[in-house]
Ligand binder design. Structure first.
Ligand code: SAH
Ligand code: SF4
Length: 392
């Protein structure tokens, strides 16, 4: 890495226009954003790109969180950075480890809100399931997150911060000198935690660009899957501006049932959604769309449903991910029986589609799909329930 001359006193005394609110957090800024922040703080324009690149590598490639350790920057410059900026991540409130190795992190973000991030180790991969919002404005009737009223979009820093926190915990930062293809604990990312990622598009995009950047965490776009309930106007943008793989929370084969399960269907129905997917710019066999389908007993799990499903998606390179319903306290549905799930999977398989059944993971710590909901919210709910039971 080329070493620039140390910053002179002049540079440090340049007028600074930092916001009054104190030091600025650099985590989550795009490369351009980082460069602009440095310039605002007095770094000369002609040096800013190089400085931003150096800081970027320390933060996103090496996992360094202390400016003092950025030894290819001059000492005075490091001191100036420490005065003007921070490298803050959400606070880890708790970390639970399931008997199957799944880890769930409860994180507190600015304002005291909480979100969850789940790490799921497998033989051939390690998947990090990250959240994009606190709660969700949508109200899918089978989803625990959807019952949580409190909502705010996560910032790009809070989204990429989840990846960094998990890397810290798993000791997954590259070892200096190791080959670039060393085994990664976190090999895949799915945007399948709390929230609808396409209702927080810009922050999700910026965070994923940081994750994909070749000089940082450097995860391939093909190892990132964004799951949406079907926010049609943002789907094509996902291909253009992020380029990651797409999963659709499909869950029903008629509008009547999908209206109940995934109410956004009333806005963009099955036909509109499927047309958008047919037009998806990146669609190919190697980048198939995943159709997620939650198996709800006697609601959407009949043989007719399976047959309709394969008819509907005909012509779309796809795989179908069957998700046994994960129950949560007060849920109005039950999981389909295993024999029903198998019969459903067989019909899909016979029609030529891969139809993996997603094994529920981390159920003992409420870390499975759709079970995420912050602990404070849970506590609030249960207090409300107690009050209701007591007739208060
Ligand atoms: N909001 C996005 C991403 C988060 S949900 C979306 O809806 O796609 C991730 C997946 O878990 C979605 O397919 C969602 O429908 C599914 N899911 C939600 N609640 C579930 C539950 N209780 N059991 C099984 N899957 C669930
Ligand atoms: Fe929101 Fe997805 Fe849950 Fe629906 S399934 S309420 S879109 S998080």
């Amino acid at each position: 890495m080329p070493v620039l001359p140390p910053v002179t006193q002049d540079m440090l005394t340049l007028p600074r226009k930092l916001p009054e609110g104190g030091p600025v957090n650099l985590i989550g800024l795009t490369r351009e954003g980082l460069r602009d922040a440095l310039i605002t703080a007095g770094t000369p324009e002609h040096q800013a790109r190089m400085r931003a690149g150096q800081i970027w590598q320390w933060v996103y490639n090496k996992g360094v969180r202390d400016f003092a350790e950025m030894t290819n920057l001059g000492k005075d410059y490091r001191a100036a950075l420490a005065r003007d900026f921070t490298l803050d991540l959400p606070e880890v409130v708790s970390r639970q480890v399931s008997t199957d190795g799944t880890r769930k992190y409860l994180l507190r973000i600015n304002g005291g809100h909480e979100v969850e991030t789940v790490y799921i180790p497998d033989d051939d991969r390690g998947t990090l399931c990250i959240s994009s919002q606190v709660g969700c404005t949508l109200t899918c009737s089978f989803c625990h997150t959807g019952t949580q009223k409190l909502v705010r979009n996560l910032t790009a820093g809070e989204i990429v911060g989840q990846v960094m926190i998990a890397r810290d915990d798993l000791d997954d930062w590259p070892v200096p000198g190791a080959p670039p293809n060393q085994t990664r604990q976190i090999s895949n990312i799915v945007l399948m935690g709390m929230g609808e990622p396409l209702y927080n598009f810009d922050n999700v995009r910026d965070a994923m660009k940081i994750v994909m950047d070749g000089e940082g965490i450097s995860l391939s776009r093909r190892r990132i899957t964004l799951s949406t309930s079907g926010v049609v106007p943002e789907i094509a943008r996902t291909a253009r501006e992020i380029g990651c793989l797409l999963a659709i929370s499909f869950h029903a084969t008629t509008d009547a049932v999908r209206d109940q399960l995934v109410p956004i269907n009333k806005r963009w129905n099955i036909e509109t959604l499927l047309q958008t997917l047919r037009d998806y710019p990146r669609l190919s066999n190697s980048e198939r769309i995943t159709f997620e389908y939650v198996m709800l007993r006697d609601v959407n799990d009949s043989d007719d449903d399976a047959r309709r499903l394969v008819q509907l998606i005909k012509g779309i390179p796809a795989k179908i991910n069957l998700i046994p319903f994960n129950e949560w306290p007060g849920a109005p549905y039950q999981r389909s029986t295993w024999s029903r799930i198998e019969a459903f999977a067989d019909i899909i398989h016979d029609a030529g589609y891969a139809s993996p059944v997603r094994t529920p993971r981390g159920e003992d710590i409420m870390a499975a799909c759709g079970q995420l909901k912050s602990a404070t919210e849970r506590a609030r709910k249960s207090r409300a329930e107690i009050a209701a039971e007591a007739g208060l």
